[in-house]
Design a protein around this ligand. Structure first.
Ligand code: B3K
Ligand code: ZN
Length: 877
C-alpha cells in the first residue's frame, strides 16, 4: 500500500479558474519512438477570479517530460518554475502573456489509452476527462475554453491521413520532407474535446445538406480492410443530423464532420469537436459479422456522439461534477432518436430492463452516488450508469412534467442562453423552469440524492361514492455519506382498467382522462379517482415514468389481465416480469431450502396467449418471453445465492418450454426471415422472436430442435442467426456445442469483432470448468491484454457467469483479483471497471461473501492507481 492514499475533491470547493487561455496553438512532431509537442498558450488572468497574484499552476502527467518553457519568448531558467508529479508551477506571471512549452511524450508506451497513444499503426487521442494533461501541460478543466489551432508534422508515407478538430487550413512540407498539416477549430472548447489522428487510413465520403442548405462534408476513416463496414454508420449519421434539426432545431456548425474507428479504446466512442473517435466495435457493421443488437448499438452511439455537438460541445460542463449535464441529456436524446427510428415501446423496455438491472444495483452498492456527485477521487470512475442512465431518466421526467412543447421551449432556451459556455445542472433546470413556468425546485433533489426511491402503493375502493383511492409512500434508502433523504418529486403515470381489461375514464382533481400523471411530492400522499362503478385494476408507473422501485400487491389475475390488455405496452411487459419474478422467487427459495423444485406456472397461460396473437409486435413478444436475467434476479435478491438463481431460472425455462413446446416450434418456423439481411425493425423483430422461440424449443431436448440449431448455425446468412444458434447451443449444453464453438472460431478468426463475441460467449459459459476455460482463453492467440475489447469480453464475460465466477471455493474471485492487480498498472480505467462484480460482496450469501471480501482486501494491499483505489476502498468501507 502507498504511504499516502489519493484524496477526494469536492464540488463545494469549486472556484473559477485563475487564468484563461484564449488561444491554444499546438504542434505535434510525430516520430516512431517519441513525439515532441510544442504549445503556445495565449493566456491572461481571469477577471472573474478577482485580483490575484496567484502562481500559474498547469496540469500534466508523470508521462510528460518538460523540455523547455518560455514566457513571451523569454526562456524560463529552472529556478523560475517547478515541476511536480502532476503539475508545472510558474510563480511569477504577467496579467497577459504567451506561454510556450515544449514536451516529449512516448505514445507507443502509453498503455493507459489516455492522451496520445498508438492503436495498430495509427496515432490517436482520448482526452476526456483528464487525458489532455498526458499530452502537454495545460489548464485541463472543462471551464477553460480555448480556440485551438493544431499543426501535425509526420512522415506522409506512413501517415497519409493527419486529422484534428475543425477545418484543414494549410498543408506543406518541412525542409526534411515531412508533411505539415494545420487544422483550425473556430469554436472555443475545453481540452477534453481535443483530438488528433494520424495513420494510413481509408475513407468513405458523403455529404449532408443542412436545413439551411449548407453542405457538410462527412468522412468516416478506418483501416483499409474495414472500410466496407461503414455504410450503416454513415446512414445513421445522416439520420441523426436530420433528427436533431427536426426534434431540437439543432443544425451542425462546421463544414466537415469526421469519424475515425480505432481498435484500442477504453470505452465506446468520443465526441471530440468535428472529429469523433470510435471504438471500432461501435462503428463497423456488416450483415455477416454484426448482430441486430450491435447494429442498433452502432446507430445509437453514432447518434449519441453526434448529438453531443450541441449537448456537450457548444454547451459544456463547468466542472466534472456536472458530467450528467451533457451525458444524461444526450442519452435521453439518443434514446428518443432510437425510439423514433424503431419501436418506442421496445426501446423503452430495453432501456428500463438495463436500468433496473445495472443502475439499480449500482445505486444500492458501495459506489452509489448522486447523478451530480458531491465528491470523487478519480473522475473516470464516475462515467457511470447513474450519471448516464439515471441522468437520462431525470431529463425524461422533466419532459413528462413539462409536456413535449414546453420541454422543447426549455431546451431552446438552454442552448440560446448558454451557447459557448461551461455550465451546471442547475443552469439546465433553470432554463427548463423559466421557459415553462413549471416549478422544479423540489424536483432538483433528484440530482443530489443517491439511491433508488421505493414507492409503496396501496388502494381502496368506496362503492357508495365510486371513488378509488391510491395511497403512495416514498422512501429513499440511505447510501454512503447520505444517511437521510428528503421526499423527491415523482411523476407517476397511471391508468385504470376494468376487470375485462377495458381502459376506464376517471376524474382526478376535476380532470377527466384515461391516464393521469400524479405528482407524488410528499412522503405519503393520497390520490382520488372518481366516476367509477367498480373496483379497477391500476396500471401504475406507465412507461416507467420515474426511476423508482414500485411495490403494489398485484394478484396473479391482475398481472395476467395487464399482460394481455393494458394499452400501455411497457406495462404489459412489466406485468409479465412481475409474474415471472414471483414464480422465480418461489423456486429460488425452494432451491436455497434444499427442496425439490416445483411450480404450477401461471406464466405459461400468459405466454400461450401471446404466442397465439398474430397482431402483436414480435419484438415485444420476444421481450415478454425473455425471463428476468440472472443479473436482475441478483439485484432483487438479498442475500444473493447465485447457484439457486441459476437453478430456478433454468427450471422455469425448461418447464415453460415443455408446456408450450408446440407453440415454440410453430413460432420458430413462422418467424423465419428469408431474403437479404436488413437491419430494419420488422426483420429484427422477427429474428428476435424466432431465436427466443428456438431457445425454448431446444430446452425440451427435442431432436428436431437440436437439429434446427445445427441447421441454423450452418445456413444462416447473417451473424444474428448464426450467433443466436451458437449461443443457444452453448447455453443448453448441446452435444455439439464444443464443435460449433471451434467451427465458429475457424470461420471468423480474421474478424476481430466476431472473435470478441466468441471470447465473450466462451468466457461466460456456465460450467464447473469455466475457470479453466477462461485461463486457456487468456493464453489463446486471439487474446491481448492490451486491448480493452478483448479484456472486457473475457474477464467481463467471466464476471457475469454464475457457476464459474461464483465457484464455491472462491477461485473465480481470486482469478479476477489477480487480473485486476496486473491491469492496475497497465490500464487503470479498465482495471477499475473490472472491479464491479467484486463490489457486490456484502449482498452475497455468507460463505461466498467472505471469500470475495478477502480478494478486495488483497487488491487494496497493492500499490494502486487512483481508479482502482477508489472503487476498492469504497467497497470495503
Ligand atoms: N464522453 C465520452 C466518454 C468519455 C469517457 C472518459 N473516461 C463518450 C460519451 O459519453 O459520449
Ligand atoms: Zn456521451
Amino acid at each position: 500500500m502507498k504511504e499516502s492514499q489519493p484524496s477526494a475533491i469536492f464540488l463545494k470547493d469549486y472556484k473559477v479558474p485563475p487564468f484563461l487561455i484564449d488561444k491554444t496553438e499546438l504542434t505535434f512532431d510525430l516520430e516512431e519512438a517519441t513525439t515532441i509537442v510544442t504549445s503556445r498558450l495565449h493566456m491572461r488572468r481571469n477577471p472573474a477570479f478577482g485580483k490575484s497574484t496567484a502562481p500559474l499552476v498547469l496540469d500534466g502527467g508523470e508521462d510528460v517530460k518538460l523540455i523547455g518553457v518560455a514566457m513571451d519568448n523569454y526562456s524560463l531558467p529552472p529556478e523560475e518554475y517547478r515541476v511536480s508529479e502532476d503539475k508545472l508551477i510558474i510563480t511569477a506571471t504577467a496579467d497577459k502573456f504567451v506561454l510556450t512549452c515544449e514536451t516529449l511524450i512516448e505514445p507507443q508506451n502509453n498503455t493507459r489509452l489516455e492522451g496520445l497513444y498508438r492503436s495498430s499503426s495509427m496515432f490517436c487521442t482520448q482526452c476526456e476527462a483528464e487525458g489532455f494533461r498526458h499530452i502537454t501541460y495545460y489548464l485541463d478543466r472543462p471551464d477553460v475554453m480555448s480556440v485551438f489551432t493544431t499543426t501535425i508534422i509526420a512522415d506522409e508515407s506512413r501517415y497519409p491521413v493527419m486529422l484534428s478538430n475543425g477545418n484543414e487550413v494549410e498543408r506543406g512540407k518541412t525542409e526534411e520532407g515531412k508533411t505539415v498539416v494545420v487544422w483550425h477549430d473556430p469554436f472555443p472548447k475545453p481540452a477534453y474535446l481535443f483530438a488528433l489522428v494520424a495513420g494510413d487510413l481509408a475513407v468513405k465520403n458523403d455529404v449532408f445538406t443542412t436545413q439551411s442548405q449548407r453542405d457538410v462534408k462527412l468522412q468516416i476513416f478506418t483501416e483499409t480492410h474495414n472500410i466496407d463496414k461503414v455504410d450503416y454508420a454513415m446512414e445513421a449519421l445522416k439520420r441523426s443530423m436530420r433528427w436533431d434539426e427536426e426534434a431540437y432545431g439543432r443544425e451542425y456548425d462546421l463544414d466537415i464532420f469526421m469519424i475515425v474507428a480505432v481498435d484500442d479504446f477504453n470505452m465506446g466512442a468520443m465526441e471530440n469537436k468535428g472529429l469523433n473517435i470510435f471504438n471500432s466495435s461501435c462503428l463497423l457493421a456488416s450483415p455477416e459479422t454484426t448482430t441486430d443488437d450491435n447494429y442498433l448499438r452502432v446507430e445509437a452511439i453514432v447518434a449519441h456522439e453526434y448529438f453531443h455537438n450541441w449537448s456537450g460541445n457548444r454547451v459544456t460542463c463547468r466542472d466534472w461534477f456536472q458530467l450528467s449535464l451533457k451525458e444524461g441529456f444526450t442519452v435521453f436524446r439518443d434514446q428518443t432518436f432510437s425510439a423514433d427510428m424503431h419501436s418506442e415501446t421496445v426501446k423503452r423496455v430495453e432501456d428500463v430492463a438495463f436500468l433496473k438491472t445495472a443502475q439499480f444495483a449500482e445505486d444500492a452498492g458501495p459506489m452509489a452516488h448522486p447523478v451530480r456527485p458531491a465528491s470523487f477521487i478519480e473522475i473516470s470512475n464516475f462515467y457511470t450508469l447513474t450519471v448516464y442512465e439515471k441522468g437520462a431518466e431525470i431529463v425524461r421526467m422533466i419532459h413528462t412534467l413539462l409536456g413535449a412543447e414546453k420541454f422543447r421551449a426549455g431546451s431552446d432556451l438552454y442552448f440560446e442562453r448558454h451557447d459557448g459556455q461551461a455550465v451546471t445542472c442547475d443552469d439546465f433546470v433553470a432554463a427548463m423552469q423559466d421557459a415553462s413556468g413549471v416549478d422544479l425546485s423540489q424536483f432538483k433533489r433528484w440530482y443530489s440524492q443517491a439511491g433508488t426511491p421505493t414507492v409503496l402503493v396501496t388502494d381502496s375502493f368506496d362503492e357508495s361514492t365510486g371513488t378509488y383511492r391510491l395511497t403512495m409512500k416514498q422512501d429513499t434508502p440511505a447510501t454512503p455519506g447520505q444517511p437521510t433523504k428528503l421526499a423527491v418529486h415523482i411523476p407517476v403515470r397511471v391508468g385504470l382498467l376494468d376487470p375485462q381489461g377495458a381502459e376506464l375514464t376517471s376524474s382526478v382533481q376535476g380532470v377527466d382522462a384515461q391516464e393521469h400523471v400524479l405528482h407524488l411530492t410528499s412522503n405519503e400522499q393520497d390520490f382520488e379517482f372518481t366516476g367509477l362503478t367498480a373496483r379497477p385494476v391500476p396500471s401504475l408507473l406507465r412507461g416507467f415514468s420515474a426511476p423508482v422501485k414500485l411495490r403494489y400487491d398485484y394478484s396473479t389475475t391482475d398481472l395476467l389481465l395487464l399482460m394481455s390488455s393494458d394499452t400501455d405496452g411497457f406495462n404489459r411487459w412489466s406485468a409479465s416480469q412481475q409474474l415471472a419474478v414471483g414464480e422465480l422467487n418461489t423456486l429460488i427459495k425452494q432451491s436455497i431450502d434444499g427442496e425439490t423444485l416445483s411450480i404450477d406456472s401461471q406464466l405459461a397461460l400468459g405466454f400461450k396467449t401471446l404466442l397465439n396473437d398474430a397482431s402483436l409486435d414480435p419484438a415485444m413478444v420476444a421481450l415478454v418471453l425473455a425471463l428476468p436475467s440472472q443479473a436482475y434476479l441478483s439485484e432483487l435478491a438479498n442475500p444473493i445465492y447465485p447457484a439457486a438463481i441459476k437453478q430456478a431460472r433454468d427450471f422455469l425455462k425448461a418447464q415453460l418450454a415443455n408446456v408450450l413446446i408446440e407453440d415454440f416450434k410453430r413460432v420458430y418456423h413462422e418467424h423465419n426471415v428469408t431474403g437479404e439481411y436488413q437491419a430494419v425493425a420488422e426483420d429484427i423483430a422477427r429474428r428476435s422472436l424466432k431465436n427466443t422461440a428456438l431457445s425454448y424449443w431446444v430446452e425440451t431436448g427435442n431432436e428436431l430442435a437440436q437439429q434446427a440449431v445445427l441447421d441454423q448455425f450452418q445456413s444462416a446468412n447473417n451473424m444474428t442467426d448464426q450467433f443466436a444458434a451458437l449461443s443457444i447451443a452453448v447455453n443448453t449444453q448441446h452435444a455439439k456445442a464444443a464443435d460449433l464453438l471451434s467451427a465458429f472460431y475457424e470461420q471468423w478468426k480474421n474478424e476481430p469483432l466476431v472473435v470478441n463475441k466468441w471470447l465473450m460467449l466462451s468466457a461466460s459459459q456456465e460450467s464447473d470448468a469455466a475457470l479453466t476455460t477462461v485461463k486457456s482463453l487468456m493464453a489463446h492467440p486471439a487474446f491481448d491484454l492490451k486491448n480493452p475489447n478483448k479484456v472486457r469480453s473475457v474477464l467481463g464475460g467471466f464476471g457475469q457467469s454464475m457457476s464459474g465466477f461464483h465457484n464455491a471455493d472462491g477461485s473465480g474471485y481470486r482469478f479476477l483479483a489477480d487480473q485486476i492487480i496486473v491491469l492496475n498498472k497497465k490500464n487503470p480505467q479498465i482495471a477499475s471497471r473490472l472491479c464491479t462484480p467484486l463490489t457486490r460482496w456484502k449482498k452475497l450469501q455468507p460463505e461466498l461473501s467472505v471469500k470475495m471480501k478477502a480478494e478486495l482486501e488483497r487488491i487494496l494491499a497493492e500499490d494502486l492507481s487512483k481508479d482502482v483505489y477508489e472503487v476498492v476502498s469504497k467497497s470495503l468501507a
